[in-house]
Write a protein that binds this ligand. Sequence first.
Ligand SMILES: C[S@@+](CC[C@H](N)C(=O)[O-])C[C@H]1O[C@@H](n2cnc3c(N)ncnc32)[C@H](O)[C@@H]1O
Length: 320
Amino acid sequence: MGTNVNPHKVVRTHSNAEGRFYLADCRDLFRTLPEASVDVMVTSPPYNMGIRYNTYEDTLDQDEYLRWTSEWVAGAARVLKPDGSLFLNVGTRPSDPWTALDVAQAARPHLRLQNIIHWVKSVAIDQASTSVASGITRDLAVGHYKPINSERYLNDCHEFIFHFTHHATTRLDRLAVGVPYQDQSNISRWGAGASGIRCRGNTWFIPYETIQRRDKDRPHPATFPAKLPEQCIRLHGVSKVETVMDPFTGLGSTAVACARLGVNFVGSDIDEFYLNEAAERMEAAATPLSLPGRGVARMAKAVRTTPATAASAPRTARRA
Ligand SMILES: C[S@@+](CC[C@H](N)C(=O)[O-])C[C@H]1O[C@@H](n2cnc3c(N)ncnc32)[C@H](O)[C@@H]1O
């Protein structure tokens, strides 16, 4: 891809993926990238909620914020390939639940909404509502969220991932992020095929990675876990991906996912500190020894061949 802007950093990873990091406003970068040159974007813009970034002022007038959103999505649509995917992560404030939906509406003139995925950060599961096959033996509450003290609002345990495409016809590799059938009888009942894996659906439980020291381990106020972009890229289909972009790179969670998957990354941020961190993180990211997709296939095999161990298989995978 030829651009007129020079990258601030270029890294090459163990997995032979190239990362190009631009210290730039993404709207400028979009103008310099060739049309239809990006397969997948996974990104999370500022939410206009007064979050304290190093450089960016997250306090625009709401109309101005939505005009800005429409402007950058128009740029994104120009560089997205005809069958490309834009996974747009947006959260809300309990006191302002419309914001994420307003952002999706601002993108509507430029792209079609093909799927809505719910990124679940924390979930409570009552043992009584589960089947024996699940292996769950007590009430569970897993994941993290920021508790709020309120008589009106619930704790906010999820964010949206809007999956935008040009025509809402982009073919996906659903089983690449699939889960094994827990009940063997469902495999024949639903004609699920030989794989024993079913579509994960649109609720993705992805907790934040545990960190020891926030200032050192996650020096940014609003990141998503690298597993989130990794699942998005897999869902689009790794084998057909040449270039992934995150116009709002932050600490580079999408870049890290690209390093793990061995695909090229292009990103921009207006903050030099974040961008340098992102480049370092991508360079340091290790290729996973066992890709989650392959792990799931192994689990499915275990479920099919040894029913007695089926219940524990998904739990093991979650720990891994
Ligand atoms: C929500 S954060 C993204 C975090 C990222 N997903 C991660 O996991 O680390 C938004 C980022 O956008 C950057 N930003 C704000 N305005 C920008 C613009 N016009 N162009 C590029 N980056 C921008 C901010 O500096 C901030 O790092």
